[in-house]
Design a protein around this ligand. Structure first.
Ligand code: AMP
Length: 422
């Protein structure tokens, strides 16, 4: 038997209503905030991700699904959404058309990580990007959007973690301070981190190797705050003050750096208590340098991505009333002719907006009733020789057990009334 590839999985019919619920709520919240959807391809030129995410990051060094196409061009399954969104905006000149451009995306991402609970190789993200503003209000807007979306989904026990990476100058000073702090520890770090101490020292802070994490947790690392320029500090303070005005609780986390090179200023992560080791529900930050890096005009930008699988784990762990699959009407046939008759009535019900299922062949009434129960039917309609003679349908309301009859020509009307509880 051929099975799904390690780190990938099927979303089964019992789970898709929850996915659809989350996606529909997210779309409604985005619409209310003025964000429009952008759909980009699943694969891109490898260079796009190397240039944007950074060649010393875990994603680019170890996690990308990269392959040559039949003409030998290097392609990569997208490991995240922002690079593609920026590419598409530049390719279609979207950023020149209005001052602030608000976009969102939903879809699968691919990273060759070690699969475990909450970590897959194909996983789904929902993300937003806001282009065209350097204002701290834009940072606050997208952070608030993430929190409001989680609230709308009924999620509680969230922690919003915030930090700032400052502007380019602040970051250079911070890297020097970090280098001085890590120099005596360098030999004890993994070989990747030893190399990163020279090439891209910030990436040492998000190494996933347990020994490195322990060493870093014990080290008295410098806080970013001390090396911030005045302008960067003022930007960050206004983000914090605005979040406070919005009533959004946050936690400052001086060691938060996030694993992608393109961030500057505000970075944030939302964690949830029910998720265990992989507790990051979503995260993002400001990335003012990325659009120019990709060949566009200087453009302020801030965004985030949330992991849908982890969001569902948190929802299942919580007290949120989760959606149940639609309960259809089930039509039982007592004889062969009724199978055909039911099929036609089912079509009429569906055209009236009512979910309906029929059997394709005559089975015992008991077997069909079992199927009706299995489908979660609220109403069961029955037809056989006696019903045909009287040109009626027998109807059973499965919620109350009450049985009734209705004229065959009036089935849609009766079922509609019954489902309304009339
Ligand atoms: P990132 O793009 O790394 O900032 O990830 C944003 C969010 O996507 C994380 O907070 C997770 O919820 C989710 N995520 C990232 N990587 C994975 C993965 N391998 N499996 C499942 N979810 C993931």
């Amino acid at each position: 038997m051929i099975t799904a590839v390690r780190g990938t999985y099927d979303i089964l019919p019992s789970d898709t209503p929850l996915w659809q619920f989350v996606e529909a709520r997210a779309r409604a919240v985005f619409q209310r905030h003025g964000f429009c959807e952008l759909r980009t391809p699943i694969f891109e030129q490898t260079e796009l991700f190397v240039r944007s995410i950074g060649d010393a990051t875990d994603i680019v060094e170890k996690e990308m699904y990269t392959f040559p196409d039949r003409k030998g061009r290097s392609l990569t399954l997208r490991p995240e959404g922002t690079a593609s969104v920026v590419r598409a905006c530049l390719e279609h000149n979207l950023l020149a058309q209005q001052k602030a451009v608000r976009l969102y995306y939903c879809g699968p991402m691919f990273r060759y990580e070690r699969p475990q609970a909450g970590r897959q190789r194909q996983f789904n993200q929902i993300g937003v990007e806001l282009f065209g503003s350097y204002s701290p209000l834009a940072d606050a807007e997208v952070i608030a959007l993430l929190v409001r979306l989680y609230e709308e989904l009924g999620l509680t026990n969230l922690t919003v973690k915030l930090n700032t990476l400052g502007d380019a100058d602040s970051r250079l000073r911070y890297q020097d301070a970090l280098r001085a702090c890590l120099a005596p520890l360098q030999a004890t770090l993994c070989t990747d981190c030893q190399r990163r101490c020279a090439t891209n020292i910030l990436r040492v802070l998000d190494c996933k190797v347990p020994a490195c994490r322990d060493i870093l947790a014990a080290a008295a690392l410098p806080g970013m705050q001390a090396t911030l320029s005045d302008a960067a500090r003022a930007h960050y303070q206004q983000v914090l003050a605005t979040l406070t005005q919005l009533g959004i609780a946050y936690h400052e986390e001086p060691k938060l750096v996030r694993g992608l090179d393109y961030y500057s200023h505000t970075i944030f992560e939302v964690t949830h208590t029910a998720l265990g080791a992989q507790d990051a529900l979503g995260g993002g930050g400001r990335y003012d340098g990325l659009v120019t890096e990709m060949g566009g005009p200087p453009t302020g930008a801030v965004g985030w991505a949330l992991g849908v699988e982890r969001l569902l784990m948190a929802l299942r762990a919580g007290a949120t009333a989760l959606p149940v699959p639609p309960a259809p009407v089930f039509l039982i046939a007592f004889d062969e002719r009724a199978v055909q008759e039911n099929f036609i009535i089912a079509d009429a019900l569906r055209r009236a907006g009512i979910a309906a299922i029929t059997a394709y062949e005559k089975q015992s009434p008991k077997a069909q009733m079992r199927q009706a129960n299995h489908a979660g039917a609220q109403i069961v309609l029955m037809r056989g020789e006696d019903e045909r003679a009287a040109d009626i349908y027998k109807m059973k309301d499965m919620r109350t057990g009450v049985e009734s009859v209705c004229p065959a020509a009036d089935v849609v009307h009766h079922v509609t009334a019954a489902l309304r509880g009339a």
